[in-house]
Each structure stands twice: as C-alpha cells, then as structure tokens.
Design a protein around this ligand. Structure first.
Ligand SMILES: [Zn+2]
Length: 366
C-alpha cells in the first residue's frame, strides 16, 4: 500500500512536471498584460512547485492522502466566494489551463500536510494582489460583535501570563487585517502594529506595511507577535517563523493559531487557493521547534467562527537556543485520518454537538 503510493507519486510527478511546465510557460508569457493587477515577474523555477520538500521539517518522504481536480466549467456552479478564489488558479497561477489536479501529501516525518503542485511565495503574493484588486465582498463581523469580542479574548488569554512586568509593551499582529483582534492589547495600553495587505486599520493600531519586507531595517523588537489564521496561507512557513522570531525581544512570545482541518479524510478543500498548509498540533509544534522556538503552550479547541464550529490549534513559543526535539507527528496524522477509540474520544470532547448530530443521522439513516 505504502509502496504503491510512492510509485504512483513518481508517475504523477513526471506527468505533472510536463503539464505544469507548459502551464508555467503560458503564465510567464502572459504576465504584464493586465493593467489592473501588478504581478511579480515570474520565471519557471519560481512558480507552482511540483516537487516540494516538507515546509516544516524539510523531509522529502510523502504519502499520498488523496487527489482532487478542479475545472473551469465547475466554477459556474460554485459559491461566489469560492468562484472568486478559483479565478486565482485559472487567471493568476496557471492562466490558459482548464483544469487543475492537486494531490494531498502527508509528511512521513512530522505529519504536516500540503497539496502538490504547491504555490510558491511569488504565487501567494500574486494571489493577494489579485484578490485585493477584484475587491472581495467578504464582510467581516462588526468590531463590537460578540464574535469579535470573543476572538479578541481568545487571542490574549494564552499570552497574559507572559505579560512584561515593566515598560511599554509592543505587539505585532502579522496578517491581522485591520488590526481588529488587538482590541484587548490596545485597552491594556500596548503599542499595537499590524502587517497586512489591508490598508485601513482600527483605532489604536498602526500599519507597518503589506509584508515583513516593508518593515524598517532596525525596528524595535516586539514583546508579542500574533499570527491568527495566517500561517496556513503562507508558502514558506519556516522562513516566516524565522523572520518573526528575529523581531521578538529575547523574552518575547509568538502565538500562532491555525485551523485543524485533518479529520478522517485528506484535507482537500472546496478550492485549493485559500489554505495551503494543514496542521496537526504536533506538526505546528515541530514548526516552532525547527525554527528556534521553545514551545510554552499548545492546545486544540473548538471555536465558533462565522456561525460554524471550527477546530483550532494554538501554540505559543519563545525564541530559544535549545528549543528541544520536534515531535514526530506522522503517527498522529495517521490516527486523525483513521481514528481509533481514543482519538474519537479526543475529538468528541471538542465537538460533542457535531458528533451527536452525526450519530443521530446515522441511526435515522440520513
Ligand atoms: Zn515534515
């Protein structure tokens, strides 16, 4: 079974190499034709990686967990939000292509999951520029909404025990949109900053730029960095974690929250554009350890987001010369894909209502 997976992967890689190379050539030849969207000039080696190494542990041993194809025709029947994101595949990443097949790959070392072909950092940057240019109609909850208030509390609670005894506290929300999650930090008198493509910020929050490259060279370090639902979107999580670590004070802390999307099936999403990284608690801890952080807190919890119960992993780490040993997350990945009784119990504790509904439907034959 495992060997079959490897053989299939090699065959698929060879096939995809030719398909993607042709598509990339078309993309390169079309760049610069649009006057609305500014795309980074891209060469063949910079676009859609068809042979990725693990972005968390740099292993090259993958297990194929699943496969999915999206076509231009299928976009017509899609939810408008998904359709808008699918345009990134067929207009920005692989213009001229009429279908896109991705494989879900699980790392045999750390249990991290990606899909392949994998967008590069330039592809992700072009995605955000494109989506910003077509003005997404996605509405965010109001600042004073119950959801935003709850979210602000969830973000600050894990770092409160680490709050410095003296001095001004500096906080950076990396990828924090308009800075709405920093309300509690603002109220506590912290100097709050945000790095994101969104240009307007809420009161009390200062915007520093689109990306970390826009930061001044000798910026004063931060006490806390927050990356809430950001790391699942980036092409090079190790590089981002390392860059952010270098922006922390020696006793500073970095909180990362990501969705937990691996449960009983490969995480193949309705569209392959929004999330490109799929974590377990173990693989997120491995990302911290492998990029020079000591893990101070780690948990998995269910949180309501836009009315839907989502599972979320939260890890807090601090820069360390001796971060310890990264957990081997492959066994955990297998447990989550094929849960045993203990794993079902672990999931049930976080999702009692969802599981009771599933059991009821099963009994009623729905
Ligand atoms: Zn790995």
């Amino acid at each position: 079974m495992l060997l079959e997976g490897f053989v299939q992967l090699s065959v698929d890689r060879a096939q995809r190499f030719h398909e993607v190379r042709n598509a990339v050539w078309r993309q390169t030849s079309m760049i610069g034709m649009s006057d609305e969207v500014i795309l980074v000039n891209s060469s063949e080696s910079e676009s859609m990686n068809i042979d990725p190494v693990c972005p968390v542990c740099q292993s090259h041993e993958w297990e194929v967990l699943g496969r999915k194809t999206w076509t231009v025709e299928s976009m017509a029947g899609m939810d408008p939000i998904f359709r808008r994101r699918m345009r990134v595949v067929f207009e920005v990443w692989l213009p001229g292509s009429t279908d896109f097949t991705a494989q879900s790959l699980g790392c045999r070392q750390c249990g991290f999951v990606i899909y392949s072909p994998r967008p590069t950092a330039a592809d992700i940057d072009n995605k955000y520029r494109f989506l910003t240019s077509i003005k997404s109609p996605e509405v965010k909850p109001r600042l004073d909404s119950e959801e935003n208030i709850r979210r602000c509390n969830e973000i600050i609670v894990p770092v409160l025990p680490l709050w410095p005894q003296a001095g001004r506290v500096r906080v950076l929300d990396f990828g924090g949109g308009d800075g709405r999650l920093m309300q509690r930090f603002v109220e506590r008198g912290a100097d709050c900053f945000v790095v994101d493509y969104v240009h307007e910020t809420v009161p009390g929050v200062t915007r520093l730029g689109d990306t970390l490259d826009d930061l001044p060279e000798h910026i004063e370090p931060f006490d806390f960095i927050i990356s809430s639902h950001v790391i699942e979107h980036v092409a090079e999580p190790r590089e981002i974690m390392g860059q952010l670590r270098s922006l922390l004070k020696p006793r500073g802390a970095h909180l990362v929250a990501v969705p937990h999307e691996i449960w009983r099936a490969a995480p193949l999403q309705p569209e392959p554009v929004t999330h490109v990284n799929f974590f377990t608690e173990q693989s997120l801890q491995a990302l911290f350890v492998n990029t020079g952080y000591e893990v101070l807190h780690s948990s998995t919890r269910a949180v309501p987001t836009s009315g839907i119960m989502q599972t979320e992993i939260v890890v807090v780490g601090r820069p360390s010369a001796n971060p310890g040993v990264a957990p081997n997350g492959y066994d955990r990945l297998k447990q989550l894909l094929n849960p045993d009784l203990m794993t079902y119990f672990w999931w049930f504790k976080r999702h009692p209502r969802r599981m009771l509904r599933q059991i009821k439907n099963r009994v009623l034959g729905k």
